[in-house]
Design a protein around this ligand. Structure first.
Ligand code: ADP
Ligand code: MG
Length: 326
């Protein structure tokens, strides 16, 4: 449906998007994930024909967004990071204006306006001045205008930024609903948000593609367990002497717990974690000491994301992560 090919964007001598390539298939909700400054808005502005690329190209259903902008743009509805809403107008007036600009007129336009007002649930405020609307409602009006013209793809740039927790949940619900009838690409710098709404994650950092996969598969592929946590009644020295001969083990950290038991955190670089746990099991069995607990530890996608982006959780990100999920 959309093909982004070797896209590069330089602002002066700064490269904001760096040889970025990915494919968008019809019928999915894509989360475009990356920390602030990763190049999400730049990429989306280029994909929607609002900004030129330094090199590379974007094809929308086979149409080059720069060489054939008309047929390409017809297929996309876009909510930019800062939607150009006219504060003095009502949503009705604004949608009339945008619809006409998209070449829709007469009865077709009134019908489509009615439909998008219903889809985005802005009926009660449709005649109120946009200036008087809450940020949540303004964002809905922005999404309503993106839906005019019945595009097959909806692109939303950070649609939940600046909303309160209730509004965030409502907009997430709306995105999920739109996903049933559209291909949706929305950007976010919040991993948990992307994980809960989308069925494909495109992860970028420093303008480069880090990963593109389903959230579950991404987690599996990138986060194979590499750590075993165990509890034993052996002493620290004895545990070390049982574990260190196992050559797949790269480090052992022990800690004495209440009740005199010992917890050991074992790291390995071996891909077959169960073969390592079997060796541990056998070592303890032969020693006469008990292995009371053994579990595999995985890093979270959150930790990976922070590591990949080289951007430790900043206060803003941390705050927004605490938004309760439904
Ligand atoms: P994101 O949307 O992921 O936060 P952006 O695409 O807005 O990232 O920005 C990517 C990088 O490009 C940032 O470092 C930003 O400062 C820089 N940038 C964006 N727009 C401009 C511009 N018009 N001129 C110069 N630098 C820019
Ligand atoms: Mg942005």
């Amino acid at each position: 449906m959309i093909s982004v090919e070797h896209l590069t964007k330089c602002y002066g001598d700064f490269t904001a998007v760096d040889d970025l390539s990915f494919e968008i298939d019809e019928g999915h909700v894509y989360g475009f994930l990356g920390p602030n400054g990763a190049g999400k808005s730049t990429t989306m502005n280029i994909m929607t024909g609002c900004l030129s690329a330094t090199s590379g190209r974007v094809l929308i259903d086979g149409h080059d967004i720069f060489e054939e902008p008309r047929p390409a743009k017809k297929l996309i509805g876009y909510l930019p990071e800062q939607p150009p809403l006219y504060m003095g107008e009502s949503p009705m007036e604004y949608l009339q204006f945008v619809g006409q600009a998209k070449g829709i007129t007469g009865k077709e336009l009134s019908e489509q306006i009615e439909q998008v007002i219903e889809q985005t649930k802005i009926y009660e405020v449709r005649n109120q001045r946009i200036a008087t609307l809450s940020k949540g409602f303004r964002q809905r009006v922005g999404i309503a205008q993106a839906l005019l013209g019945k595009p097959r793809v909806i692109i939303l740039d950070e649609p939940t930024v600046g909303l309160d927790p209730i509004q965030i949940i409502e907009i997430r619900e709306l995105i999920k609903e739109l996903g049933r009838s559209h291909t949706v690409i929305f950007s976010s710098h919040i991993l948990s948000e992307v994980q809960t709404i989308c069925d494909e994650i495109i992860m970028i950092a420093h303008g480069r593609l880090m990963a593109l996969d389903e959230p579950g598969k991404l987690e599996k592929r990138l986060l194979s367990p590499s750590e075993i946590s165990l509890v034993t009644d052996a002493g620290a020295e004895q545990a070390q002497s049982l574990l260190t001969p196992i050559k797949e083990i790269t480090s052992v950290n022990t800690e004495l717990m209440d009740g005199g038991y010992l917890r050991a955190e074992v790291k390995t670089d071996n891909g077959d974690i169960y073969s390592v746990s079997r060796k541990i099991f056998n070592a303890f069995k032969d020693s006469g000491k008990a292995l009371l607990e053994m579990s595999l530890k995985k890093a979270s996608l959150e930790e990976l994301f922070i590591e990949l982006s080289g951007n430790p959780a900043e206060s803003e990100t941390a705050e927004e992560k605490e938004v309760p999920e439904k």
